[in-house]
Design a protein around this ligand. Structure first.
Ligand code: PDD
Length: 286
């Protein structure tokens, strides 16, 4: 079966999908995106993803080309056209095709693209034994809350992690934790869960919100505040979260053991709470 994608109002085989070279997504990285995990054919936290998409579009002053009802229908349609029960939906909206000029074009239609890939969640070994991370200075722009397709900073940083055989790179700006190249970051110290608050320096992760809700439900005290580099380096536990990684324990940071060097006890609590929560949500949606 040839992979089906959605482009500007039509479903078509991937090989048929074509974007004009003057698309501002290609020329300027002028667009935004979402990645939505689908479990057992149900898009996870879809309303929340659509709220974040609207926030990204508002931030770049681009009108939403579809209503939430239209997005929802199209996403379900795309899911139905793919065989896997667990999928990862990628959607992208750009400012459309126009003669190259940095300033926005007038009356140009947005480009809307969507595709589905099999959702690859972490293998058991990564859950049981944890992952390695390195650190770097966060040199990205000051609108990291926008899920922009301009990801060169994130790609360069993520490649530095790949070069070091690490899964992620934990980022510090002015001596404080922000996030990782494609994940949010949590720290456990003295039984408390610490993470930076949502602001312009981090992406407001959907998984971040789920982890905070689960921490509250599990009675883990949470502090959302500036977390210093020193606190991260002396943490008992460090976690990275994202729609595709779910929650993973970081066991070495720059080759130094985090806590005991094994996934910590609170990680295990939250990881199993996350799996249980997923099952509950999907049962309710079925
Ligand atoms: N990335 N921070 C950054 C910079 C991210 O790119 C992501 C997700 C997150 C976590 O957000 P969420 O929990 O909503 O997935 C945090 C996606 C998965 C990606 O770009 O592929």
């Amino acid at each position: 079966m040839s992979e089906i994608v959605y482009l500007n109002g039509e479903f078509m085989p991937l090989e048929k999908a074509r974007i004009p070279v003057l698309d501002r997504g290609f020329i300027f990285g002028d667009g935004v995106y979402e990645v939505i995990p689908v479990y057992s054919r149900h898009p996870f936290r879809l309303p929340e993803h659509l709220v974040r998409l609207q926030g990204s579009l508002d931030a770049i002053r681009l009108a939403n080309p579809l209503t939430d009802a239209e997005w929802t229908r199209l996403i379900h349609d795309l899911v139905a056209r793919h065989p896997g029960d667990d999928q990862s939906i990628y959607l992208q909206v750009t400012r459309g095709v126009a003669k190259r000029d940095h300033a926005f074009p007038r009356d140009v239609k947005q480009t809307v693209f969507m595709m589905s890939s099999p959702l690859v969640t972490p293998v058991q070994d990564l859950i049981d034994n944890g992952v390695r991370c390195i650190t770097a200075v966060d040199y990205r722009w000051l609108k990291c809350n926008v899920k922009s397709v301009s990801l060169l900073g994130n790609c360069l940083l993520r490649q530095s992690a790949a070069d070091a055989g690490a899964i992620e790179v934990v980022l510090f700006r002015d001596g404080y934790l922000t996030e990782a190249s494609a994940s949010n970051v949590f720290v456990i110290k003295g039984g408390k869960l610490l993470s930076p608050p949502k602001n312009h320096l981090i992406l407001p992760g959907i998984t971040y919100d789920v982890v905070l809700e689960l921490a509250a439900a599990c009675g883990i005290p949470v502090e959302l505040r500036a977390v210093s580099e020193q606190e991260v380096r002396n943490a008992d536990e460090i976690w990275v979260t994202s729609s595709t990684k779910e929650v993973l324990a970081v066991v070495t940071l720059d080759e130094k053991a985090v806590g005991s060097g094994k996934p910590g006890s609170l990680f295990k609590v939250i990881h199993s709470a996350f799996q249980e929560f997923k099952r509950k949500v999907m049962r309710a949606a079925a």
